[in-house]
Design a protein around this ligand. Sequence first.
Ligand SMILES: CC(C)(COP(=O)(O)OP(=O)(O)OC[C@H]1O[C@@H](n2cnc3c(N)ncnc32)[C@H](O)[C@@H]1OP(=O)(O)O)[C@@H](O)C(=O)NCCC(=O)NCCS
Length: 179
Amino acid sequence: MKHNYSYQGERILLRPLAEEDIEPFRLLRNRPENRRWFFFADEITEERQSAWYQQYAAKGNDYMFAAALPAEPTCFVGAIAVYNFRQEDNSFEVGRLLLDSGNPACRGLGKELVRGIRWIVENYFPKSVCTSLRAEIYDNNERSIRCFQSNGFQVYGERIEKDRRIVLMRCAVKNNETE
Ligand SMILES: CC(C)(COP(=O)(O)OP(=O)(O)OC[C@H]1O[C@@H](n2cnc3c(N)ncnc32)[C@H](O)[C@@H]1OP(=O)(O)O)[C@@H](O)C(=O)NCCC(=O)NCCS
């Protein structure tokens, strides 16, 4: 959905995903070393990406962010999203985490991406709307698991999908926003 939330970290800026970002996003996500970590791992065509963006823009409760370097706020070096609201425990899923690992300035920024999304939820989402965050990650994706763990996410379960083990993680959020 269209939103105006953002986060300014020391080494990264999170800003709303714009239509101009969807092609660099598609190219980065299509790299085999990246898409193998996504549950939907097919290569994405330009047409499909464009249809996805129109659908995303019209949808509620789905917040996509482009990651940029603070010195170049319009560049696109990665993404992250908060979506898939679950009413039974007032939680959102965090995912679509991606960084341009080929860019030396991006190395090690995954933890800051997750920190940024947590900050956004804690500062913009009312407590009545969100009390915790969830993540689902392939169990051999150590880098991604580490990014979540270092931001307070803990493993609470697992599930198997198509013979691959997925760890389920979650963390409580503080919500600085008034109710
Ligand atoms: C996930 C991703 C954003 C992380 O990027 P990054 O922050 O540059 O990753 P790093 O290489 O710095 O690794 C992150 C952490 O994992 C640790 N790590 C790396 N490889 C590891 C391994 N094999 N075992 C355990 N920990 C490992 C790193 O040491 C680092 O932790 P530290 O900072 O505490 O030392 C990036 O790898 C990516 O875009 N991956 C492809 C897409 C993807 O997997 N998305 C997630 C879908 S759930």
